[in-house]
Design a protein around this ligand. Structure first.
Ligand SMILES: Cc1cc2nc3c(=O)[nH]c(=O)nc-3n(C[C@H](O)[C@H](O)[C@H](O)COP(=O)(O)OP(=O)(O)OC[C@H]3O[C@@H](n4cnc5c(N)ncnc54)[C@H](O)[C@@H]3O)c2cc1C
Length: 355
């Protein structure tokens, strides 16, 4: 690992924000405007990706209704406009005694190293690295279902959807009882992500036309099922919202299966505890999240889900120089006697609190 002296010149109090997602990008931009510009502090963003995309847009990328290239922001450009520095790489460790973080090497698309593994010294460290999909150990889920954590995963889903439609139109896919070609999509988890994706997928008509798939009728030939283990969809929202949304999904011809616990995902089906087999050319897993594994290795207190435990000031219980917020933090919400939920809105409010 190379020393930071080779890449970054130290200037005054240094704030490192790791993770330029919904919360981190907002924070680092404001800190750059406020403290970087005046020289009161050196502000650095570390992210494993060179570009930012607002995660709640990923289901639109997956459905093919949004081109990610027109919505991605280059961190380097944002850094230049807002007086912070950008270091690409993945956080792999923290040395709290020396107040340094370890950042992985960074490779290009051909696998050639762009940047070596580095150590960066901080005075104040802010962790905002979000969360990852949790498959709960369901057999076949990690291999056969697609998660929607990154642009690459969303684009992979879109490519596979188009491929399944091309196969169906050309007689190489499944055929329904009505003799028509059919494409089956299973979405596991009826929280906001699963429900939004199912509705968005009904907008694929223009995407199919663009690929010359005129013989497929998106409404009739693309079958979408949302599968939920709980007794109703959108369990985090009120029963009324859940009931109204169920009606809307039915109007869109989206199948809603509740109280169906998924026990296995195979390459072409989803199996449930009640013995059902739901055909699936494509399966999306939107049934749970967990904290990135690296957080458990940092020697900081973490919640059961692996998030950094922070107090009301968003500082780690064990180290006041380390802050964490957004999905990767477990922050008390006394009014609700629970933790702040993992939402873009919460990450935004916490970023606002921090600057
Ligand atoms: C499809 C979908 C739809 C959603 N819809 C909504 C919605 O409608 N409303 C809502 O409030 N919320 C929604 N959410 C949830 C919302 O996206 C998250 O709560 C929010 O993005 C959390 O913000 P964050 O800053 O904590 O993390 P993120 O936005 O996830 O950003 C994390 C950043 O950290 C980087 N990173 C990760 N690990 C490392 C590492 N080890 N080293 C360096 N960088 C790292 C990532 O590249 C990323 O840039 C949705 C989520 C999804 C997936």
């Amino acid at each position: 690992m190379t020393s930071e002296r080779e890449g970054v010149v130290r200037r005054g109090h240094r704030i490192i924000v790791v993770g330029g997602g919904a919360g981190g990008l907002e924070l680092v931009t404001k800190l750059g405007d406020k403290l970087g510009k005046s020289g009161a502090a050196q502000v650095i963003l570390v992210d494993r990706s060179p570009t930012h995309i607002w995660k709640p847009l990923l289901h639109e990328v997956a459905a093919g209704s949004m081109d990610p290239n027109t919505h991605q922001l280059e961190y380097v450009a944002q850094a230049r406009w807002h007086n912070f520095e950008f270091q690409q790489g993945e956080l792999t460790g923290i040395d709290r005694a020396r107040k340094t973080i370890a950042v992985s090497a960074c490779v290009d698309q051909d696998g050639d190293e762009l940047l070596p593994a580095r150590e960066l010294a901080y005075d104040t460290l802010v962790l905002a690295i979000g969360c990852v999909t949790h498959f709960f150990g369901v057999p076949g889920a990690a291999d056969n279902a697609i998660a929607l954590d990154t642009v690459d995963q969303a684009e992979r889903f879109r490519r596979r959807l188009i491929a399944a439609c091309v196969r169906a139109q050309n007689g190489r896919g499944r055929v329904g009882e009505d003799g028509r070609p059919r494409v089956d999509i299973a979405i596991i988890g009826a929280g906001a992500t699963g429900v939004e994706l199912s509705a968005e997928l009904r907008n694929t008509a223009h995407v199919l036309n663009a690929y010359g798939l005129h013989q497929l009728d998106p409404r009739r030939d693309i079958h979408i099922n949302v599968i939920e283990a709980g007794s109703r969809i959108l369990p985090a929202l009120s029963e009324r919202v859940s009931a109204e949304t169920t009606k809307l999904l039915h109007k869109l011809d989206v199948g809603v299966l509740t109280a169906e616990r998924v026990t296995e995902v195979t390459p072409d089906a989803v199996l449930t505890a009640s013995g059902k087999r739901i055909d699936a050319d494509l399966t999306v897993w939107a049934a749970g999240i967990t904290a990135p594994a690296v957080l458990r290795t940092l020697d900081l207190p973490v919640s059961r889900m692996g998030q950094i435990v922070v107090g009301p000031t968003l500082q780690s219980e064990a180290d006041p120089d380390i802050f964490a917020f957004g999905d990767c933090a477990s922050c008390p919400w006394p009014e609700q006697q629970t933790s702040v939920p993992p939402r873009a809105q919460a990450a935004h409010q916490q970023a606002t609190f921090l600057y």
